[in-house]
Design a protein around this ligand. Structure first.
Ligand code: ADP
Ligand code: MG
Length: 255
């Protein structure tokens, strides 16, 4: 039995529209290990959001199996699924999905309220997570009093508050200008370096290249699954560094 964090086996999602059948997902199989940073990339309508909803346990496949941490999701009970959605998966959406009348602090605290965490601990943890996304000085601001990038950072803090096993982001830079988008991607880099598992859904190759692996969808099928150019460049740099060290060792030895 595989120990992958995520394992999908022949996942299908079929929508019936009158007499027509739309295969939003078509025999999709892959594994994602803990600590991986993966982009799910594809044009509009290729099945990205459908796949994200399945991975996030927000929807069920028409056919096939999804194992999360070795457990078959289709056999989980509603309370177990609710627990996983609250504790194990942090969602970030294109449209931020913040409560307009609540402060940054209250928005980030929300998952802890659902989890029944006492007020003092909630306050402390929300403050710490907002500091992590560099919004320690904006805790009492409401979404309308924040920039787009700041709103998305509040949403990221809310997603992280329960220290989830997976951060799932659907087009997180879709509503941001390119400079602010880069800031959010830099934040994801830091989260990845801290050991988080990140699944990023995007239709933009430039954004997908921030991840280490790119799963490309087309018409609901996996078209390719490959390391990103960035990872390839990074491993080349590591190899050069190791070679540099080795040749230095040689010089030291020959002294
Ligand atoms: P993406 O996120 O890549 O743009 P989606 O996963 O939203 O793609 O959609 C994949 C395909 O499934 C599209 O052809 C879309 O029209 C169709 N689809 C998505 N949701 C539904 C639904 N609830 N009912 C019928 N068809 C749907
Ligand atoms: Mg989508």
């Amino acid at each position: 039995m595989s120990t992958a964090l995520i394992r999908t086996l022949d996942l299908w999602k079929t929508y019936e529209m009158g007499s027509e059948k739309i295969h939003a997902l078509h025999a999709v199989s892959f594994e994602i290990e803990r600590g991986e940073y993966v982009a799910i990339m594809g044009p509009s309508g290729s099945g990205k959001s459908t796949l994200m909803n399945l991975i996030g346990c927000l929807d069920t496949p028409s056919r096939g199996q999804y194992y999360l941490n070795g457990k078959l999701v289709s056999e989980m009970h509603d309370d177990e699924l609710a627990y996983i959605r609250n504790q194990e998966i942090g969602f970030v959406f294109q449209t931020f999905n913040l409560l307009a009348r609540a402060t940054a602090h209250q928005n980030v605290e929300l998952p802890l309220i659902y989890a029944g965490v006492p007020a003092a601990e909630r306050r402390q943890r929300a403050a710490k997570t907002l500091e992590m996304v560099e919004l320690g000085d904006r805790m009492e601001h409401r979404p309308g009093e924040l920039s787009g990038g700041q709103r998305q950072r509040v949403a990221v803090a809310r997603a992280l508050i329960n220290e989830p096993a997976i951060l799932l982001a659907d087009e997180p830079t879709g509503n941001l200008d390119s400079k602010t988008g880069i800031e959010i991607m830099a934040l994801f880099d830091r989260l990845r370096d801290a050991g988080n598992t990140i699944i990023l859904v995007t239709h933009e190759m430039e954004i997908a290249e921030y991840a280490e692996r790119i799963i490309q969808l087309r018409d609901g099928k996996i078209e390719s699954d490959r390391p990103s150019s960035r990872l390839a460049a990074r491993s080349e740099a590591t190899r050069d560094e190791i070679q540099g060290l080795e040749s230095r060792d040689l010089t030291i030895d020959s002294l």
